[in-house]
Design a protein around this ligand. Structure first.
Ligand code: ADP
Length: 396
């Protein structure tokens, strides 16, 4: 069937309007020349409303069409350009545009194919939101995972450290037990021998030695047990009221027999105050620090003990002029089983200071020291003065 011109025109129009995409034709002044039904629908206009209007009213970016007109020769001008359209009622409509040029009757016109991409954009937004949420979730999970890994690492490290400590403990303990045990063996053999010879004085002497050694071993076992209690947080202070200088004086009295031949132990006893603290723990602290001062000082070493108090605290100061602690090992001496290199020729297990620190921590006090190798060491202990209310919080 052949169509006459009139029918052809009508048919063109039907085709133009039934395109599933908005078609906009404008001239170089951006004046709208032609547009199809879909285009008017996208922007919410009636079929006749857009004629001769400036096409820039359809877009948020007022320079876009102008820009295209200026650069229409540039093949890089984007096709499928996503931009924001403005509908008749002022709402924003996400659209996708492709541009082109048309020549008719020696005049250049410009066309834009425009689709409404609201649904696609909405989906994209939803996907983006989901992605964002997913990323957040993954980041959170990753962080949790990192924490678990970190925790696991710590546990493994702790396990390793524990194994090393156990090995160290076994070798130390066997070494430390061996000397007194063989001394006990020798003494008991000699006791038997002197029994035969009926030498009472020698027998008594060796019996005392055996007792001393057994006490020493007992003390060591006590230390190990204390260590376990500290580790398990089982230290429950037992506070009572006592004269600070009197208790310290008694402890010093008990320690004096352990001084080496020419060693002196001076106690600066110039305060007379009654305090409220745990005297048993005080004894453990002072005894440990004094034993060390004696052990790590020469035969003619000088040891000095000072005590003082202020409004809130009591202080102990134990000074010796012994072998000192090498500077590069000073940060380790409160570690369990740690013994400085210059201490290996002296007996010891490396747990005394760890216990001291554990007790002081449980009393919410502090310990510090200053030491110079071959010159001496001074330990300073600070313990809070307890009042009845605090007692509860510390014992719990
Ligand atoms: P031990 O004396 O049984 O080795 P401690 O825990 O009491 O264990 O002390 C840990 C380490 O700290 C000692 O091995 C020693 O190296 C060092 N140390 C402690 N007190 C002194 C001191 N007064 N002088 C020198 N070194 C000390």
């Amino acid at each position: 069937m052949m169509l006459d011109d009139q029918h052809k025109k009508e048919f063109y129009e039907v085709c133009f309007n039934s395109m599933p995409i908005g078609i906009l034709v404008f001239d170089k002044t951006q004046k709208i020349i032609l547009f199809n039904k879909v285009l008017a629908e996208i922007f919410g206009y009636n079929s006749d409303e857009l004629h001769n209007k400036n096409a820039e009213i359809l877009l948020k970016d007022k320079y876009l069409l102008e820009n295209y007109i200026q650069n229409s020769h540039n093949i890089n001008f984007k096709n499928n350009l996503e931009c924001v359209g403005i509908s008749k009622n002022g709402n924003e409509v996400p659209v996708e545009m492709s541009f082109g040029k048309i020549e008719y009757d020696n005049i250049i016109y410009y066309k834009a194919l425009i689709s409404d991409i609201s649904i696609r954009k909405e989906k994209e937004l939803r996907i983006n939101n989901l992605n964002f949420e997913l990323e957040q979730e993954v980041a959170l999970r990753n962080k949790e995972l990192e924490k678990v890994i970190e925790q696991l690492k710590k546990t493994i490290d702790k396990e390793k450290e524990l194994n090393q400590l156990k090995t160290r403990f076994i070798s130390l303990a066997s070494h430390e037990f061996k000397t007194p045990l063989s001394a006990i063996l020798t003494s008991t053999e000699l006791i038997v021998k002197y029994a035969d010879l009926d030498n009472k004085i020698k027998r008594e002497e060796h019996l005392t030695k055996v007792k001393t050694m057994i006490n020493y071993l007992n003390g060591m076992l006590d230390d190990f047990l204390t260590l376990e209690n500290i580790e398990a947080g089982n230290i429950k202070p037992n506070f009572s009221q006592f004269k600070f200088n009197k208790v310290v004086k008694d402890i010093i009295k008990q320690i004096k027999p352990f001084l080496k031949v020419k060693q002196t132990l001076n106690f600066e006893n110039n305060i007379d105050e009654t305090i409220y603290q745990d005297p048993k723990i005080l004894k453990i602290l002072l005894t440990n620090l004094l034993y060390n001062a004696i052990k790590y000082s020469d035969e003619d070493g000088k040891i000095n003990v000072k005590i003082s108090t202020d409004k809130n605290n009591i202080y102990l100061n134990i000074k010796d002029n012994g072998i000192g602690i090498p500077e590069n090992e000073q940060n380790l001496i409160f570690n369990r089983f740690f013994r400085a290199k210059n201490a290996v020729y002296y007996p010891g297990t490396g747990i005394g200071l760890n216990i001291v620190k554990g007790y002081i921590t449980s009393l919410k006090g502090s310990i510090s020291f200053k030491s110079t190798e071959n010159k001496g060491t001074v330990f300073k202990v600070q313990l809070p003065k307890i009042n009845c209310n605090e007692q509860k919080s510390i014992s719990n």
